[in-house]
Write a protein that binds this ligand. Structure first.
Ligand SMILES: [Zn+2]
Length: 140
């Protein structure tokens, strides 16, 4: 595919592909031009895109971390609230109510913790898979 170079004078210079990077002279005005397709997208090496992907991945992992921390926090909060209701209920007139609220809070805490645990496990698995594929790539 020939390279099309547009000169300042407006004329279009066509050069064969093997002249890429060299200089040529405009037939119309005689100006020296660099033979390089201006409108062609500049293909950089893959690393910037990969870097972008890895930062995005890191951001995703950080999001998982903060979400898990929030879930753990609410799980502990739920346990504390449950314990307070249990103690108040047992000391007061409504021990059943205290026990019900306590078990409700306990259940709440358990599923919050298990989701956080599974999310962290999945994230670690994703990291390991990424590492393994990187090792595989460098090994070739
Ligand atoms: Zn020209």
């Amino acid at each position: 595919m020939p390279i099309e170079v547009t000169c300042e004078c407006g004329s279009v210079l066509k050069a064969p592909d093997e002249y890429r990077g060299r200089t040529g002279r405009c037939k119309k005005c005689g100006k020296t031009l660099l033979i390089e397709e201006v409108h062609e997208p500049v293909v950089l090496d893959e690393s910037p895109r990969e870097k972008k992907q890895s930062t995005r991945r890191k951001r995703e992992y950080a999001a998982v971390d903060s979400t898990c921390s929030i879930m753990k926090f609410f799980a502990i909060l739920s346990l504390i609230v449950g314990a307070i209701f249990l103690v108040n209920g047992l000391n007061g007139n409504q021990p059943e109510m205290g026990v019900v609220v306590f078990f409700f809070c306990l259940g709440n805490a358990i599923w919050l913790l298990s989701i956080a645990y599974v999310a962290e496990m999945l994230r670690d698995m994703a990291i390991n898979v990424k590492r393994m594929s990187e090792k595989g790539q460098t090994g070739i």
